[in-house]
Every structure is written in C-alpha cells, then in structure tokens.
Design a protein around this ligand. Structure first.
Ligand SMILES: C[C@H](O)[C@H](O)[C@H]1CNC2=NC(N)=NC(=O)C2=N1
Length: 89
C-alpha cells in the first residue's frame, strides 16, 4: 500500500494529515451517542490490536491515528481511519 497516497485520499473524507498523524473530529447530537461511538471504536481497536488516540469533548470526539511505537503513519492507521468512518456511518 502507498500509505502517503491513501492518506491524501482520506483528506477528501475530512481527515487532516498532520505530520505522521490522521486527525478527524466527529460531532454528535448527544453526549451518549459519542460515547457509544467511542465504545465501538474501542472494540474494533482491540480486535485489530491497533489503537487510536481518542479525545472526548462533550459531543465532539477527536480521533487520531498514528503508530505510536515508531511515530509513523502506517497501513494499519489508514485501515483504522477507514474503519472509523464506517463505524460513524
Ligand atoms: C503489542 C501491541 O500490538 C502494541 O503495543 C500495539 C498496540 N496498539 C498500538 N496502536 C497504535 N496506534 N500504535 C502502536 O504502536 C500500537 N502498538
């Protein structure tokens, strides 16, 4: 996979490419809807054994994908970002 090319494509889906990170904010009408999203994301992350950064700020959830062991954007982060969009629906 061409990680940089895939990351560029994800910019068209609202992801911000910042150095070796993909960052996106997800907005919800209700706090608990955001929490449900976080729970689904957590389940997916455990399944894949690859975990995003997650910031909960009331109804705004910020998701950050990077491979923190090497500080690089890797194939698994691209897959994680795509899975995140799928979970959001
Ligand atoms: C052993 C285990 O696979 C590693 O510690 C994983 C867990 N999840 C991870 N997630 C992310 N995003 N980056 C990592 O480097 C990472 N390391």
């Amino acid at each position: 996979m061409d990680v940089k090319a895939e990351a560029k494509k994800l910019e068209g889906d609202g992801w911000e490419l910042k150095e070796e990170k993909l960052v996106k904010k997800f907005k919800f009408d209700r706090f608990l809807d955001g929490i449900e999203f976080v729970n689904m994301l957590a389940q997916q992350a455990e399944k894949e054994q690859h975990h995003p950064g997650i910031r909960i700020n009331y109804t705004t959830i910020t998701v950050v994908w990077t491979t923190f062991s090497t500080h690089e954007l890797k194939e698994r982060d691209i897959e994680g970002a795509k899975a995140t969009d799928k979970i959001f629906g």
